[in-house]
Design a protein around this ligand. Structure first.
Ligand code: ATP
Length: 374
């Protein structure tokens, strides 16, 4: 199926100074955000962070307290939802129970007075892989299939933007994962801009080209999933997207493009470009490293660790075999309160609880956060 849209000109979604207050409560602080045309964009954050409100302002379902919404060159801020080239898919599929799948999908075309809908509806049903189900009623389909009908119904009028508000929230985990890949495939095929709201970091990472991480009504960081994961700018983002090991350190000196930090008795090296904290000598920095970037070596073999790696010493508190890898919890001697999860370690019988170990990793996998930001 080829369902590429033929939007002419730029179709970016552009939010400028958009905000929403309810009485004295600010749900969304003034926000500037551009969603590039044709991208899969995720608004990610915990419950109550303002992501749904932001989505509803794009849809026109919520009136902003300030700011403007543009779709391409068009200022749509004052337009009601039905006049915007936008469609929304909600968690509750809201299909018409008395209509079959074909007619559910055809609905938008028929309402616009289009008579010959057969080809378009069949193409759309094929796109969402429901060609065989055309004559069934919604209640005869599974949750995942019903959600695909909802997506087909929303796409049939070729909106410029499809908004998805926790569309997979009602599905069980396995189906959810399948649908994540399925939605990603559909988006790539049709090339329409998708803006997807979710609280599930894995879901956002799996599907989106760009993720905006929201916290308390603000976008904390915007970037590709790998950017956000490997180089978070705040402790919130670091902790929200997976496990982060954070070590309290102090800026000691600079060496070329690197910062040298003191942590306990030792030194850690961090590329300056990967540090979002001020780097004045004596300043406090939280040094972070993701668990799977860490190698673990028994203290007796410490001499074998290559030069130039960051290292801290510790003692294994706990280890658990989790199939693909072993997860270690380490009590660090440099930071007594601190634990590290290290994965993908070659099996070494000596790496058991109580063993003295060296944790080491590449400076390139190290990031620096502002210890004073919160
Ligand atoms: P969730 O995933 O739980 O829907 P969210 O991140 O989408 O969370 P929003 O629905 O955007 O959050 O709500 C942001 C904040 O605004 C919340 O604290 C919510 O209680 C508040 N809020 C939303 N709608 C209203 C309203 N009509 N009146 C008052 N407060 C509201």
């Amino acid at each position: 199926t080829t369902m590429k849209t033929t939007n002419s000109g730029s179709g970016d979604v552009r939010l400028t100074g958009i905000s929403k207050t309810y009485g004295s409560f600010t749900a969304v602080h003034p926000l500037d955000l551009t969603v590039p045309q044709g991208s899969f964009f995720a608004l990610l954050g915990a419950s109550g962070c303002g992501k749904t409100t932001t989505l509803r302002m794009i849809a026109g379902l919520e009136e902003p307290s300030s700011g403007t919404v543009h779709l391409g060159d068009q200022d749509v801020t004052a337009l009601p939802p039905y006049k915007r080239p936008v469609n929304t898919v909600f968690q509750s599929y809201a299909l018409f129970p008395h209509l079959d799948i074909f007619e559910n999908v055809a609905f938008g075309l028929r309402r616009r007075g289009i008579k010959s809908v057969k080809k378009q509806v069949e193409d759309m049903l094929e796109l969402v892989q429901l060609g065989e189900q055309a004559r069934k009623k919604p209640h005869q389909l599974s949750g995942g299939q019903q959600q695909r009908v909802a997506v087909a119904r929303a796409l049939i009028n070729t909106p410029k933007v499809l908004l998805l508000d926790e569309p997979l929230g009602a599905l069980d985990l396995k189906l959810r994962r399948q649908m994540q890949l399925e939605l990603k495939r559909i988006q790539t095929e049709v090339g329409i801009t998708f803006v997807h709201v979710t609280h599930d970091q894995e879901e956002a990472m799996t599907m989106a080209d760009t993720v905006a991480v929201m916290n308390a009504g603000r976008v904390e960081q915007l970037g590709s999933p790998t950017d956000l994961y490997e180089n978070p700018n705040t402790t919130f983002v670091a902790n929200f997207l997976g496990t982060s090991n954070l070590i309290e350190a102090e800026v000691d000196s600079k060496s070329g493009d690197d910062i040298v930090l003191k942590a306990g008795g030792g030194k850690l090296v961090l590329p300056e470009s990967r540090c979002s904290a001020p780097t004045t000598t004596g300043g406090k920095v939280l040094v972070g490293v993701r668990p799977e970037k860490i190698s673990l070596t028994h203290a007796d073999d410490a001499g074998e660790i290559p030069e130039g790696r960051n290292r801290i010493t510790g003692r294994i508190a706990n280890s658990s075999f989790i199939g693909v890898s072993t997860q270690y919890v380490i009590d660090s001697t440099v930071c007594p309160e601190f634990e590290v999860y290290a994965q993908n370690i070659d099996r070494d019988a000596r790496l058991a609880p109580g063993a003295e170990v060296v944790l080491h990793w590449s400076p390139a996998h190290t990031f620096g956060l502002d210890a004073a930001q919160d």
